[in-house]
Design a protein around this ligand. Structure first.
Ligand code: ADP
Length: 492
């Protein structure tokens, strides 16, 4: 039930947005989208395939090569992005309600994080639009008198494939830099959560983005996503999701030698030293693993605790987890909502079962589904875990924490790095030398010291190893959405 004070979510858009027009799939196919909190079907949404991707790519190509977008000044592109950010702010309550309905995450988090960060991301990249500049290069004059300079030009038509855990925010992370740099885009939202991406497409039209600049084609990965990855007229693919999908994409993008960037999974270590502020550490561990139902690529899922503080930490962490308010995501007091799909619910429960069977680990909180309506999992903590166990090595993508005991700093840094992933890490200590030793020693793209899950559009986000290629956020992304052209002018 949605409390009367909240905007009632309404599903108005279920078609693709291609070339500024709303349309069904060429073959008329649709997919079902659900409310994870009730397991009820919300709507049938167009399920795109090759023909729809062909149409969207052709529109994006036209918009890039010859439409008003191709002639628009960088400053005017920035103004459109500012306008889009303003429209998102004006429609924030509606977007938040739609996100909760389709994803199952709590309204407090959507209003506190997803929507404001989406707005700020568009504003941040709006600011960059007219500041992406080339250089004048002081070249050797032995062979002549030259002016040599570089221009930064957009890459072209970009396919952006996003996941279901932060549907709106992941769209913003991808669209902000791509559009600021003058590219055109085909955005493919995850099949589980297409609704806010479609509304975002509508707001982009209202903001004044010319037709074809932003196309939104919903559909499955194996059909719509695959067609985008293989399309010869798509110059770049930006993808967020599982590393196994990234491996498939990398292979399928090889024939057309696409530029690719990946933001993938993690099994991020969170290190708690005995000298830490324990309140802070417990709060940090809670947000690290239970924020967004644990459906976060940078979730702090392996919590290493120094031996002398281990028992106290586990007791307090388990007490906090047992008090964590789980339930109706539309209730403003709810802290944890539903897993996004039945498939994810089953996956998380499977891992909980694996943890219980691995004889050494003890389940000290949660450990089962919550209720029998919707796809909720109790915040779950395993203690006495060792780093070689499956629950400590494989990405669960749910509210399941593994607590691992350690004795000394070199051991914990080594263990923290014993994972295929390298997205994030955290450390809680009052000792600055320990904090820096961990921050420098872990092979991870983001390190939080005495905090967790702080984000800003200006701060780079991304991973080492199997956690990805390239970064989201920050000015570095602009390099991924531009080509550098070097121009030599003979002045003699
Ligand atoms: P999950 O398994 O958690 O849904 P995925 O990595 O499969 O995560 O999905 C992330 C995004 O990648 C989704 O938009 C999905 O549709 C898309 N996707 C999945 N498989 C492919 C594929 N073979 N090619 C292109 N995109 C894909």
């Amino acid at each position: 039930m949605t409390p009367a004070t909240l905007v009632q979510p309404q599903v108005k858009l279920t078609q693709h947005l291609i070339d500024g027009q709303w349309c069904d799939s060429a073959d008329g196919k649709t997919l079902e989208t659900f409310n994870p909190a009730t397991a009820e079907m919300i709507a049938n949404v167009a399920a795109g395939d090759r023909a729809d991707i062909d149409k969207a790519v052709a529109a994006a190509r036209r918009a890039f090569d010859s439409g008003p977008w191709s002639k628009m000044s960088a400053r005017d592109r920035g103004k459109l992005l500012y306008r889009l950010a303003d429209l998102i702010a004006e429609n924030a309550d509606e977007l938040a309600a739609l996100e909760v309905l389709n994803n199952g995450k709590p309204i407090s988090e959507v209003k506190g994080a997803d929507v404001p960060l989406t707005i700020e991301t568009f504003r941040y990249y709006a600011g960059w639009a007219d500041k992406v500049t080339g250089d004048t290069i002081p070249v050797d004059s032995t062979f002549g008198n030259f002016l040599c300079y570089t221009r930064r030009e957009p890459v072209g038509v970009c396919g952006q494939i996003i996941p279901w855990n932060f549907p709106l925010l992941m769209a913003a992370w991808k669209l902000g830099p791509a559009l600021a740099c003058g590219n055109t885009v085909i955005l493919k939202p995850a099949e589980q959560t297409p609704l806010t991406a479609l509304r975002l497409g509508e707001l982009a039209l209202e903001a004044g983005f010319p037709p074809g600049v932003l196309n939104v084609v919903s559909g499955f990965g194996e059909t719509a996503g695959d067609a985008l990855v293989r399309h010869p007229d798509v110059e770049k693919i930006a993808f967020t999701g599982e590393y196994k999908t990234a491996q498939i994409i990398m292979k399928n993008a090889a024939d057309t030698l696409k530029r690719i960037s990946f933001e993938l999974g993690g099994k991020s270590p969170a290190v708690v030293f005995a000298d830490a502020d324990m309140d802070l550490a417990v709060r940090g561990a809670m947000t690290g693993i239970f924020f967004n139902q644990g459906e976060v690529c940078c979730a702090g899922s392996r919590i290493f605790v120094e031996e002398s503080a281990h028992d106290e930490f586990v007791e307090r962490f388990a007490a906090a987890a047992n008090n964590h308010r789980l339930g109706d995501p539309f209730d403003p007091n709810t802290r944890q909502g539903a897993q996004v799909s039945k498939e994810q619910l089953d996956k998380v429960l499977r891992y909980i079962d694996i943890g219980k069977r691995e004889d050494k680990a003890t389940c000290v909180a949660g450990g089962s589904q919550h209720g029998d309506t919707g796809w909720f999992v109790k915040p779950t903590i395993f203690a006495d875990v060792t780093n070689d166990m499956r629950i400590a090595q494989e990405e669960i993508f749910g509210p399941v924490a593994s607590v691992i005991k350690f004795r000394e700093i070199n051991e914990v840094i080594r263990e923290a790095n014993t994972t295929m992933y390298g997205l994030a890490a955290a450390v809680w200590t009052r000792d600055i030398s320990k904090a820096f030793a961990v921050a420098n020693g872990v092979r991870a793209g983001i390190v939080w010291v005495n905090c967790y899950n702080t984000f800003d559009p200006a701060a780079p986000f991304g991973g080492y190893k199997f956690s990805g290629h390239g970064r989201e956020n920050g000015k570095g992304v602009l390099d991924m959405y531009t080509e550098t052209k070097t121009v030599w002018v003979n002045l003699d």
